[in-house]
Ligand binder design. Structure first.
Ligand code: C2G
Length: 132
């Protein structure tokens, strides 16, 4: 069984995330998602609208995803790849080159981001609606 992993906050889930999961899952037979904890998000300077439990619940409902694990620090990826016997590490293109050291452990694939959609853009729409 070929196992794939990807990591992220996945707040305000949208089709850009789904497109990532779909393409990542196509690289193997089993997709693990490392979901940023609320505490790790603070470290990333991100305040997610939905807490970890809610974001995990939404991911588990997605048919491309087989397992969700917490991402609580930047350093855990190598350990996760070994522990979960991962063959392919996938990230969106905005991370191009940032995780190349993992090439010693598994394939590293950066997929083009889906244009014109982001959680922060959705947050802005929400905020404008309140002001409008
Ligand atoms: N993404 C995408 N297309 C979009 C928006 C996001 O392909 N329109 C991808 C990003 O490239 C990333 C993933 O979706 O690979 C998750 O994005 P975020 O939730 O913003 O996660 P991020 O803050 O990039 O955290 O250790 C890695 C970090 O946890 C990644």
């Amino acid at each position: 069984m070929k196992k794939v992993i990807t990591y992220g906050t996945f707040d305000l889930l949208h089709y850009g995330h789904l497109e990532l999961f779909r393409r990542a899952r196509e690289k193997g037979d089993y997709l693990v998602v490392g979901l940023s904890t609320d505490e790790f998000n603070q470290g990333k300077g991100k305040e997610s609208h939905f807490n970890y439990e809610k974001r995990a619940e939404m991911l588990k409902a997605i048919r491309y995803i087989d397992e969700v694990i917490p991402e609580s620090n930047w350093e855990q990826k190598a350990e996760d790849i070994k522990k979960h016997d991962i063959d392919v590490f996938v990230m969106g293109g905005d991370w191009e080159g940032k995780f190349d050291e993992l090439k010693e452990l598994c394939d590293v694939v950066y997929l083009p981001r889906t244009p014109d959609i982001s959680s922060s853009a959705i947050k802005k729409i929400k905020e404008n609606k309140h002001e409008g």
